[in-house]
Design a protein around this ligand. Structure first.
Ligand code: SF4
Length: 351
């Protein structure tokens, strides 16, 4: 695609929020990326939290972690550039060991992925032998390797239900665990210390138990029920959508809760007068750009610092210098792959 075409597309989508000169500069970088993409035989995957100029110009596929995992599994390109954070790029590598996977930042962390280690999972398995362990996709490969099955916020309920077990260990997002437990009828326990091997079965006084972990998303934990009350007072006709990484109290007060892609679909289908998204702010900007007729309340100030590291310039340099290459040791990869493949088998399928 030429600069002119990209510029017109970006101006159409972002003209209300970005100065013309900046749009032109972004279009020039995006055109360089399109050229490099062909030279390197690369595919670009863009998470819903990417900055709008990137999100609306270079990704071949956009979506949440589940959709992008599926796209990564299907690609025939030699190089995958993952515009997201490290655990996402690792998942692409787990699914595509023979391909080069690039992350456009050297860091790309995540407070959830960093909240748990493989040793923590081994300790939980020793304490509760035979109890299935589900891990959210927001974990590193060595943690996935110790678990039985992965899930994303799109399919967490379906994954837990597929296990048909009255006790489940769900790691590492405490809030997602509590939100899933509410939907699946499980009673949640969050151990304050790691249990020792041979510890008594948790929650012996209740029938269905979920053992959770103290991980939190540093962005979604910032939303409060007071935010919701104050917005509803000013805009009684607002539709409020909350990501399930928000606290259960926030989710209970929202009108809808679901993954980033489920939120996008809900906004597109709804005829509400206006919307408030309780999630990473770039996503609200991206939805507005794609649906200019929808009124989005722009009260968001919670940008994920890790997603924010990825820019068009970083993406161009990633392809130009073939950096930063994501590797997963083979012994860990094959075990992590089992957890990811079990999740992909549960669904749901994407269009
Ligand atoms: S938004 Fe939260 S869960 Fe997503 S990458 Fe940032 S810190 Fe991690």
């Amino acid at each position: 695609m030429q600069v002119e075409e990209i510029y017109l597309n970006l101006r159409d989508k972002l003209g209300d929020v970005m100065p013309e000169g900046e749009i032109l500069l972004k279009a020039e970088v995006a055109a360089e990326i399109q050229k490099l993409k062909v030279e390197r035989d690369a595919v670009i995957l863009g998470h819903n939290y990417m900055e709008p100029a990137l999100f609306h110009s270079v990704p071949d596929f956009q979506g949440d972690s589940l959709e992008l995992s599926r796209r990564a599994a299907e690609t025939d390109k030699s190089v995958i550039v993952f515009c997201g954070v490290r655990f996402m790029a690792e998942t692409a590598k787990i699914l595509n060991p023979s391909k080069t996977v690039l992350l456009p930042t050297e860091k790309g962390g995540c407070s959830l992925a960093e909240s748990i280690t493989a040793a923590d999972v081994r300790a939980l398995r020793a304490a509760y032998p035979g109890v299935p362990i589900v891990t959210y996709i927001n974990t590193y490969a060595d943690v996935k390797a110790e678990c039985d099955i992965c899930c994303t916020s799109s399919n967490a309920v379906a994954v837990v239900e597929s296990l048909k077990s009255d006790t489940v260990i769900f790691l590492p997002d405490e809030y997602l665990a509590r939100n899933v437990a509410r939907e699946t009828g499980l009673h949640v326990i969050v151990p304050s210390v790691l249990p020792k091997p041979g510890a008594p079965r948790p929650g012996t006084d209740v029938e269905h138990v979920m053992v959770a972990w103290k991980g939190r998303c540093e962005v979604h934990e910032l939303f409060t029920t007071e935010d919701i009350d104050s917005v509803r007072k000013q805009f009684p006709d607002v539709m409020i959508l909350a990501h399930p990484e928000c606290s259960p109290e926030v989710v209970a007060k929202a009108d809808f809760s679901g993954s980033t892609t489920a939120m996008i679909k809900a906004v597109e289908k709804s005829n509400a007068k206006r919307y408030l998204l309780l999630t990473e702010c770039s996503m609200g900007d991206n939805i507005v750009a794609a649906n200019p007729e929808k009124e989005m309340l722009r009260l968001c100030s919670h940008r994920c610092p890790h997603m924010h590291e990825i820019t068009l310039e970083q993406t161009r340099d990633s392809l130009r210098y073939m950096r930063w290459v994501i590797d997963v040791p083979e012994e860990i990869r094959v075990r992590a792959l089992k957890s990811v493949e079990r999740m992909l088998a549960v669904g749901p399928k994407i269009d």
